[in-house]
Design a protein around this ligand. Structure first.
Ligand code: PRX
Length: 650
């Protein structure tokens, strides 16, 4: 454990928005009187009709209901664009950096206004109405941000599907929210490789149609100019649709609790859930955290390397920064293309002040060696951020020493798709850092650590992380399934929001996230349900049974380890291993590819037939000396075979 304290660097302390005294005072106020606190901070965005009610939330298991600013009305796109026109119409809103270093574009707030308005009208011209769900399946091009904001402008609800997901995964999401409209591109481009987005969309529409889900219109952005089939009457070119549309589109007046977007995320059971976020509270929380966590100051260039397909891209590439009138950088490519210097070259090229990325990228770049960093200048950098998984102290220290040259505080931000924004994090001017700790709660957040029975543990301790009360950015429901929302988050520890994460609190009150305590694994900062990978595997004709667990992986954080039992008469082979990996990639997407597959004649089960995952996890971790009690297994003999044929020999 690294308990060494890194004090706030002097230069940061001088310039920062919030120092430690101010943090402590504001935090106390936010807990003592949340209504007064959020009544005040809700004003940071523009309301059409101001709210008179602030917090109306219940975590009561029998009646979970979350509403913030409920009688206020507003429009998110107007907040992210229109209200900046007078003061910063000619300021760059979005810097787009293409996959190819020769491709980039600056888009001002005025240009953003016109492009979003045209697309909003093009959506309307193609039949999209307030409340309709629009699926966005786009690469990291400015049109992805335009599409989000165009939906918000007319009150449509977007559901972004990450471009790395397969046609089947896309189809599931289209079906679940009954989305009749899709915006996609001919192809995506990442690290010089093409991704057939339109062809995937065509396949997904076919799959969805089998279940009765009809897609009326597909708007297609021409990104690469690659060959695609356009279906008459259904498929429309983006450039033609926006050219024909009016640039004048008054923003729709939305109620604070109208849905803004749905974003699917994996859980420990079943299909991915449609996490639903609403309009007012989400925007207040995304904007406020963006400003304070990154200490964002006027005219700075801010870069979050996430993809808009994940929540980080929603809150911290598009909504938070643009609501604050920030210049936000959108990057189409990958960290190591054309070389592992790319991130730092982009930082120098665009004079980036604030840089926010994931530990998996840091570990990969660390592995490539510091020369790739050192040959760049990076003097524009002021703040570094990390998100997505626990950052190991070695990677933290490398990020701090080599990338930031001991000048830039690292904000290790803990949060989730469900939380809408950052919940536990340092504030650059207020918090002394410890490598690997997300440190302290943001305003309004009451973390608690509980034991297995739900008893709150005091002081320095370790257990399960819950949040005791609501904050404005919290998800409101699982789309179409409120019961699942209640069951997933409020039933384990009644009256509290259960995060699914384990956590330690040290003597200074700092929080250290230890990882998931449920059947969710975190691969390169992406959430994967083990149940999803298992059901993909058993869909293969040669597989009879599968159990999937996570194991420590030096680059990805966690790797995917699959135990597979074959159908009677099928022979294990290296070929079949490869075939199964390919199969899962096709079923879910490359992020779900198993790293290791072990063919197992039998799985350890209790006499009632329940798979003992604890044992499988230990063997996958190559830590089987300590398997615990195996005497309750139906057939204790299977364990020896599993150990003998284990795939991860650390
Ligand atoms: O386990 C935690 C981990 O990522 C999970 C949330 O994943 P997702 O909804 O995909 O959102 C990722 C981006 C916000 C959490 O339950 N996690 C996220 N950030 C951190 C983290 N674990 C440790 N430290 C973090 N900073």
């Amino acid at each position: 454990m690294h308990d060494e304290l890194y004090p706030v660097p002097e230069a940061t302390a001088k310039a920062a928005l919030i120092d430690n005294d101010k943090y402590l005072a504001m935090y106390q106020q936010s807990i003592d009187d949340p209504n007064a606190f959020w009544a005040e901070h809700g004003k940071r965005i523009d309301w059409i009709k101001p709210y008179s009610k602030v917090k109306n939330t219940s975590y009561d298991y029998h009646n979970v209901s979350i509403k913030w600013f409920e009688d206020g009305t507003l429009n998110v796109a107007a907040n992210c664009i229109d209200r900046h026109l007078e003061t910063r119409g000619d300021q760059t809103a979005i810097i787009w950096e293409g996959d190819d270093p020769a491709d980039d574009e600056h888009i001002t707030f005025r240009q953003l206004h016109e492009r979003v308005s045209r697309l909003a009208n093009a959506f309307k011209d193609n039949g999209v109405k307030k409340g309709d769900r629009v699926t966005i399946y786009l690469p990291m091009i400015p049109e992805a941000a335009y599409a989000m904001l165009a939906c918000a402008r007319i009150g449509a609800v977007h559901s972004i599907v990450f471009g790395g997901f397969s046609p089947d995964s896309l189809a599931n999401r289209i079906e679940d929210c009954r989305s009749s409209f899709i915006i996609t591109a001919d192809e995506g481009l990442r690290g010089g490789r093409k991704v057939p987005l339109k062809a995937n969309t065509d396949k997904a529409i076919e799959v969805a149609a089998r279940d009765g889900a009809v897609v009326d219109k597909v708007i297609v952005v021409k990104r690469t100019g690659g060959d695609v089939t356009m279906k008459d009457g259904r498929d429309v070119w983006y450039h033609e649709a926006v050219a024909a549309a009016s640039p004048d589109c008054p923003p729709e007046e939305m109620s604070a609790e109208d849905p803004l977007f749905i974003l699917y995320t994996s859980g420990s059971t079943g299909k991915p859930k449609g996490v639903m976020h609403t309009t007012g509270g989400y925007l207040v929380y995304a904007a406020m955290t963006h400003e304070y966590v990154f200490d964002y100051q006027d005219a700075e260039v801010y870069w979050c390397t996430a993809d808009v397909g994940w929540v980080t891209g929603h809150s911290y590439i598009v909504y938070g920064p643009l609501a604050n009138g920030a210049t936000t950088l959108m990057f189409e490519g990958v960290p190591n293309y054309p070389s592992p210097s790319r991130f730092w070259e982009v930082v120098d090229k665009h004079k980036v002040s604030i840089f926010y990325t994931a530990p998996t990228a840091i570990r990969a770049l660390m592995g490539a060696g510091e020369d790739y960093v050192k040959k760049t200048d990076r003097s524009s950098l002021r703040i570094l951020g990390s998100v997505g998984e626990p950052i190991n102290p070695e990677a933290w220290i490398w990020y701090y020493d080599v990338v930031g040259e001991k000048r830039c505080p690292i904000v290790d931000t803990w949060w989730q798709t469900e939380t809408g924004g950052i919940l536990i994090t340092p504030l650059p001017g207020a918090t002394a850092l410890k490598p690997g700790s997300a440190t302290r709660p943001f305003f309004g957040i009451q973390p608690q650590i509980v034991d297995a029975e739900g008893k709150e543990l005091e002081g320095a301790t370790e257990g399960n992380l819950v949040i005791a009360d609501s904050w404005p950015g919290q998800m409101r429901t699982v789309y179409g399934d409120h019961e699942r929302f209640v069951q997933t988050y409020f039933s384990t520890y009644k009256g509290k929001y259960f995060t699914g994460d384990g956590c330690r609190r040290d003597a200074d009150g700092y929080y250290w996230i230890t990882g998931r305590v449920d059947d969710v694994i975190n691969v390169s900062g992406h959430r994967m349900g083990t149940a999803e990978v298992e059901s993909a595997l058993v869909a293969h004709p040669k597989v009879s049974e599968a159990a999937v667990v996570g194991y420590p992986h030096s680059l990805k954080g966690q790797g995917i380890y699959a135990y597979v039992t074959l159908m009677e008469g099928e022979e294990p082979s290296e070929e079949l291993q490869k075939e199964l990996v390919k199969w899962v990639r096709n079923e879910i997407g490359p992020i779900a590819s198993p790293d290791l597959i072990q063919f197992a004649p039998g799985l350890p089960k209790t006499r009632s037939g329940k798979i003992m995952r604890r044992i499988l996890r230990k063997i996958a971790e190559d830590a089987f000396e300590n398997l615990g009690d195996t005497s309750t297994l139906a057939d204790p003999g299977v364990v020896d075979d599993l150990i003998e044929n284990r795939q991860n020999r650390a």
